[in-house]
Write a protein that binds this ligand. Structure first.
Ligand code: FES
Ligand code: FES
Length: 162
């Protein structure tokens, strides 16, 4: 066992973990963060995407020990109280989900892609989300949602003067 310290959705944790334990299993099975689903367990689908120190990472491709000292943000940590994150709202408003299985990972990957390109073209959105698969194939609405989320986030920043 190895002792690790990490912050998940703003809460500090100290956990003893097996060296082979995956971050996604730590999040779901130990910390109850079941909002992060497992789609493939092989790094292909992106369903398990979280933010690791501010950048998106597939949590089934990261060992829990690698997250020692890290700040992890899951989809469950995005809302501020009752107020959804603009990207969550955009997915809701654009009906960018069917079964919803890919949605947490899509939202996290979308927020990450806006860090490099706050006003992405549809092509850039499709490129940025290429590591996230939607088995329901609702990609058109997902692209629209990311565009809308990008607009809301930039409006929000303009209002807050950031
Ligand atoms: S469950 Fe992690 S990439 Fe599919
Ligand atoms: S909405 Fe079903 S997998 Fe994407």
């Amino acid at each position: 066992m190895t002792r690790i310290n990490l912050t998940v959705d703003g809460v500090k944790y100290e956990e003893d973990v097996e060296p082979r334990l995956l971050l996604v299993h730590l999040l779901r099975d130990r910390l109850g963060k079941t909002g992060t689903p497992i789609g493939c367990d092989t790094g292909n689908c992106g369903a398990c995407t979280v933010m690791l120190d501010g950048r998106s990472a597939k949590s089934c491709s990261v060992l829990a020990v690698q997250s020692d000292g890290c700040d992890v943000l899951t989809v469950e940590g995005l809302a501020e109280g009752e107020r959804w994150h603009p990207m969550q709202r955009a997915f809701h408003e654009e009906h960018a989900l069917q079964c919803g299985y890919c949605t947490p990972g899509m939202i996290m990957a979308a927020i990450d892609l806006l860090k490099d390109d706050p006003d992405p073209s549809d092509e850039a959105i499709r490129d940025g989300l290429e590591g996230n698969l939607c088995r329901c194939t609702g990609y058109c609405n997902i692209v629209r949602a990311v565009r809308r989320g990008a607009q809301s986030m930039s409006d929000q920043e303009a209002v807050s003067g950031r």
